[in-house]
Write a protein that binds this ligand. Structure first.
Ligand SMILES: Cc1ncc(COP(=O)(O)O)c(C=O)c1O
Length: 408
């Protein structure tokens, strides 16, 4: 057998085995969404793994805006924005993002993944260096690899290592430092003040991925700069539009010059079709709702504190981070799969996270809470996770017996 067929075959066999054991929780077909619940296989489950931190999926004002845009502009556009695909709605979305993020301008891509790949490739090349936190999102890593720049990864949130790497680079070399604001699998926050100091000292440009800090950090959900009181500190702000904002797409916000450059040079903008108008309208409406309903930000922040405390009181090691992403680390893959099974059986849906999404031996459940959850539902998730933890992590023999449970 050729090596490619062998690789595919071995992988598919592993997936089949996990499915046969009743431990496969990926690609579950959600049939309906209602507030904090999803329906899978005709059964309503409490979702403990949503990215929609502010609970805005299904918000009437956002639904209405998307519907009106669909009626007015149709389902798609006439191709790429630079040519005939641009609409006034896309321009309005970019103006709305720059106003919300306190920047001069913004550019929207058709996904967050593309935004990261596009901007890094446009900003740095063979003669430059790009320095990344080791736990940065995969789309940042891919952007760095594709850019051809010297790619340096520093240990997570290790500012001394960042400074060491910056010191070692030639003064005249172009330098871009890229970090997540909130790390998507760990829920912790970058030490922005110290990263900003290091970038200023070495004249490096700073890019921050705010996909998990937008809507979550800061008194009104404006993100990481407002969390630290450092408005204007970031050169290149990026976020997905599919987390707190319940749409699709991704943006880069920064100076007018940066955005003009990206609109003509970044390949994922120039060579990829415009975001569908309904998605653009939904994103604008969501930013309006975020400003009109700041209580949603307070709610998710308070739910996050409550759930963290509940898990900790239940004996699970959980940090004090101020975010609704709570990693429950199992180490090996199988206990993570088993915990998902145990939660599913308790009516809570949280898929497992294994390598390569996280480093090997740090498999986990990535439990999240949102403003759509009620106080009772937060308690229900907490109790279910503690129960699953005890079943799988503290009583391995009992857990061994559980694969006979009903299939997902
Ligand atoms: C930190 C981070 N950046 C970028 C992305 C990519 O965003 P999108 O899903 O819009 O492509 C994600 C998505 O999971 C993410 O978590």
């Amino acid at each position: 057998m050729d090596p490619i067929s062998r690789r595919i075959g071995e992988f598919a066999t592993r997936v089949r085995t996990v499915k046969a054991d009743g431990l496969y929780f990926y690609l579950q077909p959600v049939e309906a969404v209602e507030d904090a619940h999803v329906t899978i296989g005709g059964r309503s489950l409490l979702l403990g793994a949503s990215y929609s931190y502010l609970g805005l999926i299904g918000h009437p004002a956002i639904q209405r805006a998307a519907r009106e845009a669909l009626d007015h502009y149709g389902t798609g556009t006439h191709g790429v924005r630079l040519l005939a695909g641009n609409t006034d709605l896309h321009d309005r979305l970019e103006n709305r993002i720059s106003a919300f993020t306190g920047t001069e301008a913004a550019i929207v891509y058709s996904s967050g993944y593309l935004a990261n790949v596009a901007v890094i490739g446009a900003l740095v090349g063979r003669t430059d260096a790009v320095i990344c936190d080791k736990l940065n999102h995969a789309s940042i890593v891919d952007g760095c690899l594709l850019s051809g720049a010297k790619f340096i990864r520093v240990p997570h949130n290790d500012i001394a290592a960042l400074v060491r790497e910056l010191t070692a680079l030639p003064v005249t070399m172009g330098k871009l430092v890229v970090v997540d604001g909130v790390f998507s699998m760990d829920g912790d926050v970058i030490n922005l003040p110290r990263v900003v100091d290091a970038c200023r000292q070495f004249q490096a440009k700073l890019m921050v991925d705010e996909s998990h800090s937008l809507g979550v950090l800061g008194p009104k959900g404006q993100g990481i700069e407002s969390h630290f009181g450092l408005q204007g500190a970031i050169d290149v702000k990026m976020s997905s539009l599919s987390k707190s904002i319940p749409s699709a797409g991704g943006y880069i916000a920064g100076s007018e010059d940066l955005v003009t450059y990206l609109k003509h040079v970044s390949r994922a903008f120039v060579f990829s079709a415009a975001l569908p108008p309904a998605s653009a309208a939904a994103a604008i409406a969501a930013l309006d709702v975020m400003e009109r309903e700041p209580e949603r930000v307070r709610k998710v922040q308070s739910h996050a504190r409550t759930l963290r405390t509940r898990l900790r009181n239940g004996g699970i090691p959980v940090d004090e981070d101020p975010t609704p992403i709570i990693p429950v680390i199992t180490g090996d893959d199988v206990p993570a799969l088993r915990m998902s099974r145990a939660l599913y059986d308790r009516g809570v849906f949280v898929p497992p996270i294994v390598s390569p999404a996280v480093p090997p031996k740090t498999s986990r459940l990535r439990v999240t809470v949102t403003a759509a959850h009620s106080d009772d539902e937060v308690a229900q998730i907490g109790d279910a996770v503690v129960g699953a933890w005890r079943e799988v992590m503290m009583e391995p023999t009992a857990a061994q017996a559980s694969p006979g449970a009903p299939r997902a």
